[in-house]
Design a protein around this ligand. Structure first.
Ligand code: M6R
Length: 607
């Protein structure tokens, strides 16, 4: 979704802003703009469409050493030049960029119109720019503070003013902002990827905090003007992790990275000799967690699918009643929570608006909240009582891949951690941990057989409807496989618990319809073989994901993709890989923009 970059220092701001915007492109956007400021004033250039359109019209002839840039994903107002950010006041003295939503923009607009202010765009952000201009009395920071006191909603915002060249004022409420600290320069961004090429030293702005940023100084305050002291922190991510390198797409890069991302996720967390799991992030709440009467896991999209695997894991290993909920439903459902309930939010970005809202609801009702999050310093990581990071590195592809396997891995670790403190024997835990430790090598092996997945995609990518079936631990994987296919290749796909097929969806099966069946060895193998028969009888083409050594299944399925044998609860970590590859190849064959699928944003920061 929307992205923010800012620079103030001694270097030319324009190339730094453009490069920053380019690194934010993956988040999804439909227009882009920049504002450069110096003693002569503020000059704004913006354009609908791709960043290249902005580059063609921006005047690069004038040197500027400070400015702000924005990529917009339209919410209020169509994605056109006028509605693109930055937004200005009538006199063009101020330029504002903003992520989030100003909820009382209608009322503020009317108030400002009564004062004679004329608006040029339909956006809520212009209201902010006009309001700041009205309140300006020679101190930009003060005007922004006053304006934000009038505003309700969410914002990560930055503003420059013609009267204060070399100054950026930024503020955050519910939408992330970080300040990059360089040598005689500072950067501002909504996402670390935008500034990683310049610095790994950052200060995370907290909710309700403001920053006045110049080349030499960052002054942090609360919205009530109280000084805030913060340490500079180091971002763990490296530049090559956010660059494509020799790969064709980020999605493929992130799929093939999974052996190493999973090793990083597991590093230092399991002790094979003792059969123990170490999760530093849970130490302070272990007692409370062990006494939990109920766990609710919330998430959206792929994170919700990982959460569903987590539900099975927690119940089986830790014997704690667990439910998985769409974060968007949980927040409005008046859920019954008590102090024996633990709410776990699962999220790659840690910024998904619905999941944050569910978390806030859970906190307000007194539940212990935990985060299973990838992005360090993200809102969810900060707002939860405790949590476990994925440590799978930055995920740039819109289609979540390595985050899914990271989420399942962390949930498996948490289930074992809790299980050991309840009913799980040390022998069973040791066996589980050994199987978990072997997963990265198993994934590596699956990736070497990737041609099979490509062959399946080649044969069926022209079909309009696909079905994905799984049982038990592989039911969430069926949902995830269908989501992967539809979001990047625009093929309609449905994922189902296999037994549900005969309660309705079986009517969809026609001659040659691709039906992906996850039929790995395990407690429900015979049942899923029956489901395969049901599909075949109706002419469906079965693509089976099976366990190595299962020769019989090739008699029943048109295609078999084998995965190594592992414990049933860990199968999702393996069976998800071929489904990611099938979706990727199908999208490439259909000529889709894999890393920037239509209508989608990487991080959904609005409701
Ligand atoms: O950042 P999050 O994990 O909270 O994001 C949740 C979903 O928006 C995300 O998983 C989405 O479904 C992906 N596009 C799936 O590939």
């Amino acid at each position: 979704m929307c992205g923010i970059i800012g620079y103030v220092g001694k270097r030319q701001a324009l190339p730094i802003l453009i490069e920053g915007l380019r690194r934010l492109e993956y988040r999804g956007y439909d227009s882009a703009g920049i504002a450069l400021s110096d003693e002569q004033g503020v000059s704004v250039t913006k354009s609908a469409g791709r960043l290249s359109a902005l580059e063609q019209i921006v005047d690069a002839s004038q040197p500027h050493t400070s400015g702000i840039g924005h990529t917009r994903w339209a919410t209020h107002g169509a994605p056109n030049d006028v509605n693109a950010h930055p937004h200005q006041d009538g006199a063009g003295r101020f330029a504002v960029i903003h992520n989030g939503i100003i909820e009382n923009d209608r009322a503020l607009r009317v108030y400002l119109q009564r004062k004679g202010v004329e608006f040029t765009s339909e956006t809520d952000t212009e209201v902010l720019a006009q309001l700041i201009a009205q309140l300006y009395n020679g101190d930009l920071e003060d005007a922004v503070r006053q304006a934000l006191h009038e505003v309700s909603g969410t914002y990560g915002m930055a503003v420059v003013c013609a009267d204060e060249p070399g100054v950026i004022v930024a503020a955050r409420k519910g939408s992330p902002l970080i300040i990059g600290v360089g040598q005689g320069e500072h950067l501002l961004a909504s996402d670390a990827a935008a500034i990683l090429a310049h610095t790994t030293q950052v200060v995370y702005l907290g909710d309700g905090e403001m920053a006045r940023i110049t080349a030499d100084e960052v002054r942090l305050t609360t919205l009530d003007a109280m000084p805030v002291a913060k340490d500079v922190e180091e971002i763990e991510w490296s530049l090559d992790q956010i660059e494509l390198g020799w790969h064709e797409h980020f999605m493929l890069k992130e799929i093939v990275e999974q052996p190493s991302s999973l090793k990083n996720c597991l590093r230092g967390r399991i002790n094979l000799e003792e059969g123990a799991v170490r999760l530093g992030g849970l130490v302070d709440c272990t007692r409370e967690l062990t006494r939990a009467k109920r766990i609710i896991i919330v998430g959206c999209g792929t994170a919700w699918h990982a959460a569903l695997v987590g539900e099975y894991l927690f119940e089986e290993l830790a014997r704690i009643p667990t439910e998985t909920e769409y974060a968007s439903e949980f927040r409005y459902r008046n859920p019954v929570l008590d102090d024996g309930t633990v709410v776990i939010s699962v999220s790659q970005s840690g910024e998904t608006a619905d999941t944050i809202a569910a978390l806030t609801e859970a906190k307000q009702r007194g539940a212990l909240t935990l985060g299973v999050v990838n992005v360090v310093g993200s809102t969810m990581a900060r707002e939860t009582d405790a949590g476990v990071y994925l440590h799978v590195g930055p995920e740039i592809g819109v289609a979540s891949t390595k985050a899914f396997t990271g989420q399942v891995t962390v949930l498996a670790l948490m289930a074992c951690y809790l299980g050991r403190r309840k009913h799980l024997s040390s022998t069973a835990a040791a066996q589980f941990n050994a199987a978990l430790a072997a997963v990265p090598d198993h994934v590596e092996k699956i990736l070497t057989a990737a041609d099979e997945c490509k062959a399946v995609a080649q044969k069926y990518s022209d079909r309009d409807n696909w079905l994905y079936l799984g049982r038990g631990y592989n039911y969430p994987v069926a949902l995830e496989g269908a989501l992967k296919l539809k979001e990047i290749s625009y093929i309609h796909a449905e994922g189902l618990p296999a037994a549900e097929m005969k309660h309705g969806p079986i009517a969809l099966i026609t001659d040659g319809m691709p039906v992906v069946v996850i039929a790995t060895a395990g407690s429900q193998y015979e049942k899923i073989i029956n489901n395969i028969q049901e599909v075949r009888t109706r002419g469906g083409s079965v693509i089976a994901i099976a366990t190595e050594g299962d020769r019989e299944i090739s008699q029943l399925a048109e295609h078999v993709i084998y995965v190594p044998d592992t414990l049933e609860p860990l199968q999702p970590l393996l069976t998800a890989i071929p489904l990611q590859l099938i979706a990727y190849h199908a999208a490439v064959i259909r000529g889709c923009n894999v890393d920037k699928p239509r209508n989608l944003a990487k991080s959904v920061t609005v409701e």
